[in-house]
Design a protein around this ligand. Structure first.
Ligand SMILES: NC(=O)c1ccc[n+]([C@@H]2O[C@H](COP(=O)([O-])OP(=O)(O)OC[C@H]3O[C@@H](n4cnc5c(N)ncnc54)[C@H](O)[C@@H]3O)[C@@H](O)[C@H]2O)c1
Length: 384
């Protein structure tokens, strides 16, 4: 530990993601002891002094700030980790890059392509390391899916389908805006399920199956007006409550995506399935350690879907955890992302997805929303 370099982290926002990231930094050294750099929880920033102080004490941050600009200006911060609502990502990321800090930004990169582009430009101009937390890539079963696709075992891909279903906004009395409810306010979130949930599905899909060329989408806002927490007034709801789109991938396969916050009974059902010429795979977040795999090359009398429990030491990331057969969870995906980020520092390479890569997902989200609005197909402009 004595010989390791340190990376002093400044965390902005201590909500849901602030906790997952803090946990990841704290677990890193114990489970990835070979990394040459270790994180130091230098400072956490949020507007409420008392609450941010309590968070700092609970999670072991050395200091607190209540203004993110002050945090960025500090000489003892090397990397800024952005865990704020989407409308604040751009301003913070650009300021951090201009101050020469590395930037780890939560997804989606920003609310729009236009807002995200200066973020890409800023990190590239400053030459600072950057990454976006599309953490589902780092579920070992999903990383294994990537290895299977890349190995060619599936052959030519015909179909990719993904769902991300929730049910938490069905109540029309739920206000929009403010703590915990900024996702319902389009000025803070940028969009509804498209930027929040489908962005994950799109990132995973393009990582596994290549660029999405064009899209045809339909969106719906089921509850059209809600009280805004800030004004107390009833205001129009600007987000998409549900979105369904289909698409062509560059490799000729067809994609089908659905996301909603109105699927009663579903809390966070993220699933995907890929059908290839020789084999198919499917994955379900609710059973995240398993990858379902069907290989047409199997002997006919035993041919069928097999359920691979991705917990063995030769499967992605699993040599770092317990013993074969024992599961890991959601929080570990963030530990893996931090581990890959620190590894990329050791090796002097990019940590995918970079801002530039996350901007491609942004382009698909924007084309999806534009297609729904225009009721026509839209090119995404993605160059994956
Ligand atoms: N990777 C994932 O799977 C995943 C999951 C959830 C959320 N997210 C993303 O993470 C980000 C945060 O989401 P969340 O669920 O943690 O939200 P949250 O509402 O739980 O937390 C947001 C935090 O931002 C802080 N904040 C707001 N304005 C601020 C300001 N001016 N200065 C400093 N802090 C400020 C709030 O105090 C709060 O601590 C969003 O971009 C969201 O899309 C990603």
């Amino acid at each position: 530990m004595g010989d390791k370099k340190t990376l002093r982290i400044g965390l902005i926002g201590y909500g849901f993601m602030g906790r997952t990231h803090s946990n990841a930094y704290k677990r890193l050294g114990d489970f990835f002891p070979d990394l040459g750099t270790r994180p130091v929880l230098k400072a956490v920033c949020a507007r409420n002094k008392e609450r941010v102080q309590a968070f700092a004490e609970q999670w072991g941050y050395e200091s607190v700030e209540t203004d993110w600009r002050t945090l960025i200006a500090r000489d003892d911060i090397d990397a800024v980790d952005i865990c704020t609502p989407n409308n604040m990502h751009a301003e913070i990321a650009i300021a951090a890059a201009e101050a020469g800090k590395m930037v780890l930004c939560e997804k989606p990169l920003a609310r729009t392509v236009a807002e995200a582009q200066p973020m890409v430009d800023a990190v590239e101009k400053a030459g600072v390391k950057n990454t976006v937390w599309y953490n589902y890539r780092r579920v070992p079963a999903v990383t294994l899916a990537k290895q299977l696709v890349d190995s060619g075992k599936l052959g030519k891909i015909f179909h990719y389908r993904a769902n991300f279903l929730q049910d938490w906004t069905i109540n029309p009395e739920l206000p929009q805006g403010g703590e915990g409810l900024w996702r319902l306010d389009d000025s803070a979130a940028g969009s509804g399920v498209t930027g929040d949930l489908l962005a994950h599905c799109i990132d995973t899909a393009m990582w596994l199956n290549g660029g999405i060329k064009d899209v045809s989408a339909v969106t719906e806002t089921f509850v059209k007006e809600r009280v805004h927490t800030a004004s107390g007034e009833v205001q129009k709801v600007g987000i998409d409550d549900a979105c369904i789109f289909h698409c062509h991938f560059d490799n000729g396969s067809l994609g089908l995506f659905e996301s909603t916050r109105y699927a009663r009974g579903h809390k966070a059902l993220y699933t995907f399935e890929i059908n290839g010429e020789h084999a198919s795979i499917r994955w379900d977040l609710h059973d995240l350690n398993r990858l379902e795999y069907f290989d047409h090359g199997d002997d006919g009398i035993v041919r069928g879907w097999r359920s691979i429990h991705v917990t063995d030491g030769d499967q992605p990331y699993m040599d770092k955890w317990w013993v074969p057969g024992l599961s890991i969870g959601y929080e570990h995906t963030f530990v893996h992302q931090v581990a890959d980020f620190f590894k990329s520092i050791d090796e002097g390479v990019d940590c995918s997805p970079t801002f530039r890569e996350a901007q491609e997902t942004q382009k698909v989200c924007e084309a999806v929303l534009a297609s729904a609005e225009a009721r026509s197909w839209k090119e995404t402009g993605v160059t994956w």
